[in-house]
Design a protein around this ligand. Structure first.
Ligand SMILES: C[S@@+](CC[C@H](N)C(=O)[O-])C[C@H]1O[C@@H](n2cnc3c(N)ncnc32)[C@H](O)[C@@H]1O
Length: 411
């Protein structure tokens, strides 16, 4: 590892690398991804790097769109990509421009057309996960409201708005709940009778959010689409800054956490499975098709970590997953370097991991892989330390893992 690596403590940003503040923020709260950072972090970096409306930011792992929305709040244009159609949808809806009056009129019409007496079964066959998550009449009810939205003679962005509201209402009813990065099954939730009122509450609160947030008035432009961060569609030298957070190598699988939303509104079971395979290798079920990576050379420190993992009693799939994870990091940084202008700064928000008490120093390894690609690592901002799980702690002692922001620069 390079002795020139600067690791700076930035504990005052510790809540900015968690989704905590997003849950109370107008518009951002319509959909919050686990392991997202807050808009404060994006604003902080924009100020620190003195970005202006002449700049153009990219987030190649945009999740629910925090970077794009926060950039827009600062009047800076931004582009986002994600492999997941649900992530792209959530980002698009949050960035949209709406007329609250028109939404209120549309809502009256939609509300009047929702008729619980017609909620029989679902209009199509849904995968088992959804049938389990929305048992009894719930699935038929959600399906029926969704079909109503699709049939309304509203603008496309307004229909998307109401669909987002429906998806945001779902966790109150679903037996499958995303807690942190895992899907947890619980028994009792709201019953189908409450759906019209809960949906109304969500729609009204989203309309209120638009009014309190200025409804996205900004000269900044934005673009979001489905793309693999390992092979981006943009020309070289397009962006002047990157603010992003790739999945952490902690086994969390976004296609499972958001399996209900994905298969209710976007993909069938097989497409969801393919998305799982093609995702970044941050969970053991991923086995993506990758662009050529013959230019990658594995950092020595990583090779040593992999040897220790292989000799340990951790899940035997972990060494392969961690190995693949850093190949993916290499490919995403190679793309980021290509699409960035010279002088561009790149922030990767990441979490170090540990398996069986063996640390995987993700931030330092990213700095090294970036340096090998010709990017300068300006510093690593050590923002927060996360405790290990109770089970790990009793076996290996207290070993907190660092969550940090790796700041690289294109020379
Ligand atoms: C840590 S989350 C990003 C959260 C985001 N910062 C936010 O504010 O919501 C990582 C995202 O990477 C996406 N992802 C996984 N593999 C990807 C790939 N190969 N290319 C692009 N996005 C990918 C996941 O779908 C997930 O949305």
């Amino acid at each position: 590892m390079s002795t020139n690596l600067v690791i700076e403590s930035r504990a005052d940003w510790r809540w900015w690398v968690t989704p905590r503040y997003l849950r109370d923020k107008p518009v951002h709260r319509w959909c919050v991804f686990p392991h997202s950072f807050t808009s404060e972090l994006v604003h902080g970096l924009i100020d620190e790097w003195a970005l202006t409306s002449a700049d153009m930011i990219l987030d190649p792992f945009c999740g629910a769109g925090t970077t794009l929305l926060a950039a827009k709040e600062k009047g800076i244009s931004a582009t986002g990509y994600d492999l997941s159609p649900f992530a792209v949808f959530a980002t698009r809806v949050k960035l949209g421009h709406y007329s609250p009056d028109e939404l209120a009129d549309n809502w009256k019409e939609l509300r009047n057309s929702i008729d619980p007496s017609k909620w029989n079964g679902a209009s199509r066959e849904y995968p088992e996960l959804i049938r389990k998550a929305l048992p009894g009449h719930l699935l038929g009810a959600f399906d029926s409201v969704n079909n109503r939205i699709n049939k309304m003679d509203f603008s496309r962005s307004n229909r998307y708005f109401f669909k987002m509201a429906l998806l945001s209402t779902m966790p109150k009813f679903s037996r499958a709940v995303a807690t942190g990065g895992w899907l947890k099954w619980i028994d009792r939730r709201l019953t189908v009778k409450s759906l019209p009122d809960e949906y109304e509450k969500q729609v009204q609160s989203m309309i209120k959010d638009l009014l309190s947030s200025g409804n996205g008035k900004s000269n900044a432009t934005w673009k979001v689409g489905i793309s693999d961060a390992r092979s981006l569609p943009d020309a070289q030298n397009t962006f002047s800054a990157i603010i992003t957070s790739p999945p952490y190598p902690n086994r969390h699988d976004y296609t499972r956490v958001f399996g209900v939303e994905l298969m209710f509104g976007f993909l069938d079971w097989e497409q969801t499975r393919n998305l799982r395979y093609q995702s970044f290798e941050s969970h053991p079920e991923s086995h993506p098709k990758r662009p050529d990576y013959s230019d990658y050379s594995e950092p020595k420190q990583l090779a040593q970590t992999l040897k220790r993992l292989e000799k340990s009693n951790v899940d035997e799939r972990m060494p392969g997953m961690i190995k693949g994870y850093f190949i993916d990091i290499h490919l995403s940084l190679r793309e980021v370097k290509r699409v960035c202008r010279s002088g561009a700064r790149i922030a990767y928000v990441v979490g170090n991991a540990q398996y069986g008490g063996i640390p995987v120093v993700v931030d330092e390894l990213i700095a090294e892989i970036g340096s090998k690609l010709g990017l300068k690592c300006e510093k690593i901002l050590a923002v927060r330390y996360r405790g290990n799980s109770a089970q790990q702690m009793s076996e290996y002692g207290r070993k907190p893992s660092r969550e940090s922001i790796v700041i690289l620069k294109k020379r």
